[in-house]
Design a protein around this ligand. Structure first.
Ligand code: NAD
Length: 253
């Protein structure tokens, strides 16, 4: 099992789903985890689940789409631990169901602001700290919807996730010589509260999601968390600018 004893890991979106599983996976392996989310009840739940593990877990409320809030999150994390070894930018939303002709500007801006601008803002302040300390590893949350087009009536979602892949690759090149690695994960259909909300009231959507996965089932948050931790770890020391599909074979089709 990978050990993260004495390492400092910041995870956004840590109040639910994949972010929660990632924060807990770090705590299980001895890391000092800073769990960040806009949902403070979710953070309480994450802290209570992680309590039984070796690592410490502290929480901070953040709106990932708000610059001042993100800057505050980073300064809280670094004043507590003095450094930031890993940062996992997982917070995200699907937005309201819509296609490209009926999407409102408000919905478009909201999704892009959280999913794409939010990742950039988090990276901006994480990178400033990592440059100061001389090392770091960042993992951003994209999706299979950031690798291939989707006809899913979530018009801004796919573009936001393609943006995360572009942001990850460009930033990885900018910081490759500074001992900072930046990668992305691109999950397929993972059973989380976000997924439950999407398929709720529609057995057809659920069947369609399972059928779309060559492996024939939904993934679980822990299966994504394991990949995030590997990309953060020294085991992935020659991996940067990579967008890793964790998708039961979805993009292999
Ligand atoms: P989730 O809804 O269970 O968790 C998302 C978390 O992000 C929530 O705790 C929410 O409060 C937080 N969040 C939302 N907006 C925020 C903001 N502005 N600032 C801070 N926190 C905010 O969803 P999930 O399924 O665990 O998704 C996590 C990430 O994985 C998302 O970026 C999502 O797009 C991505 N993803 C999910 C799937 C899937 O099938 N579940 C597939 C591919 C990618």
């Amino acid at each position: 099992m990978m050990s993260f004893y004495d390492k400092v890991a910041l995870v956004t979106g840590a109040g639910s789903g994949i972010g929660q599983a990632t924060a807990i996976a770090f705590a299980k392996r001895g890391a000092n985890v800073v769990a960040a989310d806009v949902d403070t009840d979710g953070l309480k739940m994450t802290k209570s689940i992680a309590q039984e593990y070796d690592g410490s877990i502290s929480s901070v409320r953040v709106d990932a789409a708000n610059s001042a809030s993100v800057e505050e999150m980073i300064s809280t994390a670094t004043s507590q631990f003095g450094r930031l070894d890993y940062a996992c930018n997982i917070a995200g939303i699907t937005g309201t169901e819509c296609g490209f002709t009926d999407c409102t500007e408000e919905n478009w801006d909201k999704v892009i602001n959280v999913n794409l601008k939010g990742v950039w803002l988090c990276m901006k302040y994480q990178l400033r700290q990592m440059l100061k300390q001389g090392h770091g590893s960042i993992v951003n949350m994209s999706s299979v919807a950031g690798l291939v087009g989707m006809n899913d009536r979530l018009a801004p979602y796919g573009p936001s996730k393609f943006g995360v892949v572009g942001l990850t690759k460009s930033a990885a090149l900018e910081f490759a010589r500074q001992n900072i690695r930046i990668n992305a994960v691109c999950p397929g259909e993972i059973m989380t509260p976000m997924q439950e909300a999407y398929i709720k009231n529609s057995p057809e959507l659920e069947t369609k999601a399972i059928d779309s996965e060559p492996i024939g089932r939904f993934g679980i948050p822990d299966e994504v968390a394991e990949a995030v931790l590997w990309l953060c770890s020294d085991a992935a020391s020659f991996v940067t600018g990579h967008a890793m599909a964790i998708d039961g074979g979805y993009v292999a089709q």
